[in-house]
Design a protein around this ligand. Sequence first.
Ligand SMILES: C[S@@+](CC[C@H](N)C(=O)[O-])C[C@H]1O[C@@H](n2cnc3c(N)ncnc32)[C@H](O)[C@@H]1O
Length: 223
Amino acid sequence: MPETKNTFDSISTKYDLINNLISLGGHKRWKHEFVNLLEINGRVLDIATGTGDIAILIQKMHPSTSIIGIDPSHEMLEIAKNKSPKKISFVQGFCEDLPFEDGAFNYITISFGIRNVVSIEKSLNEINRTLSEDGHLLIMEFSKNSSLFIKFLYKVYLNFFIPMVGFLFGKYQEYKYLASSIESFFTMDEMNNIISNHGFKITKNLKFNFGLVTVYVAKKTKA
Ligand SMILES: C[S@@+](CC[C@H](N)C(=O)[O-])C[C@H]1O[C@@H](n2cnc3c(N)ncnc32)[C@H](O)[C@@H]1O
């Protein structure tokens, strides 16, 4: 766990800018669509909140909610705190060991974070534990694609474009690691199975950029 934490501590000040460049601005549109998928209300936890984009958008678009953002990276959280309205609370911690009581949240979101956890099983068990009965989970993540043509385009994008942008900002190793973590992640079908095997029912999938990014909407079915 400390390795990814250090990576994000190290890129924190450039994270938002590089995100804009490597997604060609697309991440803002994906994030808007993501937080608008459901009528989010009640208590919300944004896991792997990073610099707080999702927590801030939820607060703006669903103002009656009460939101906590959690992330292991102190540096990312400092930026989130400076960007956010005071109403959002930020806590340092890992998805695998959430410091909240059972059933504490109505909605849990995790955007571009599930790929970084060390144990996806522990993380989904913790998410399940801290969601209320009938609580909703929304995940947005890069996913592997099975089309040969799209795979080729992604190889160029992940192996050359992303590390090159990282290099221009003096963060080559960090962005090479991020790109390789995208390449080795699951397909949409594999992720649907993993989520379903942890006490959730998938209610919706959404794909952005020909399936480079996939959204998983799931409902807690059992503890
Ligand atoms: C790519 S950033 C995503 C930030 C934000 N959610 C967004 O969409 O822009 C991934 C975040 O995952 C966090 N992270 C890494 N390992 C984690 C873990 N085990 N549990 C929770 N968050 C983790 C990192 O510190 C980092 O801030």
